[in-house]
Design a protein around this ligand. Sequence first.
Ligand SMILES: [Zn+2]
Length: 415
Amino acid sequence: MNGNEVMLLGLGLTPPWKLVEQELDVESKPHELHLHIEADRGAQYPCPECGMLSSAHDFKDQTWRHLNFFQHHCYVHVRMPRVRCVEHGVKQVKAPWARQGSAFTLLFEQAAMMLVREMPVLAASRIIGVTDKRLWRVVEHYVSEAVSRFDLSSLQAVGLDETAAKRGQNYVTVFIDMDRRVEPVLFVTPGHGKEAVTSFRQFMESHRGNPGRIREVVCDMSRAFLAGVGDEFPEAQITVDWFHIVQTFTRAVDDVRKREGRDTSMPKHLRWAVLKRAEAGRLTENQVLALGELAQRNLETSTAWRLKESLRWIREAPTPRAARWRITRFIRFGEDLLGESPVLEPMRKALKTLQAHAHQIARRWTSTYTNARLEGLNGLFQAARARARGYRNTETFISMIYLIASPAASMLKST
Ligand SMILES: [Zn+2]
């Protein structure tokens, strides 16, 4: 086998294509290997419309970026023929080594996707020597192609949550299959609330799903989500996830801390102390001291924090009936504890939210789905943000969530 034949093998080319010339350009940095491909003179090519072999009408030079040859960038230059089909006229022949419209060979794209599954796109783009913008275009193509093949016919229970590509902006809503432990994400859409739920229903219908089959939807307490789920999945039971209750109260405590901090000097290390859960030794020594000082000085944040921590009492209710009873008692206890203080207004609001959704919250006691599933999404969102850094917007963030945590991950591995 001579050098030309080795190269041809590396390109995955078969006759009539043949390598006619190769040159290494040592002037450019990094060096570039240029491979020139032609077809045998007089060869016939299939018409892209009907497959009928026809002879070449004319030729046009085209270039693709190929797998790096050791450290050198590699380009494939081809005299691409257009055929004249008796039926369809003059047509551009399809290149078997690249997908339509791409400036990269299939092998190059496969290697790129292999890297992108393991590391941030920016890092992968540096290794293979293309801009991250161009690499993202490849990623988005393969991800959306995989997503188009999702089959939702067996879906019965959905969890949904929202997050932002960047702090406070570009919201996306993520829908997961509550029965899938691995790669649970089925749909990610820009925006949130009712519109997102409607998009999901449409996605489901176009992917062999049946909205009437959905027995349960697990979500947070946002009114827009609840209204959307009620409209689009009227048969489904809605369960409000416990994790979101804790989150609502935790945010309220943080708001109280900020309000009180405007006129009062607050203990050091307090911010994370009030955000964390106090059980199971999660707090550092400094955080424990901060909470001690908070209580000693009788600050309002201390009251708020105590109320949040008491939520556990509801959580530990043995039956749904006991849970409903405890929710009622908790609300009364909370109202008494908070009194009239204006600083504690966020906590009163959290209590109202709890009251409004008592029924859907109590349902989690009969639901077969644990709330660990939605809580676990937070880790996924963080990972997706990190992998999309440098070029993060709604689209790249969505692609990365699919790539990390949807069935697209396995589908792309096996192609
Ligand atoms: Zn034809």
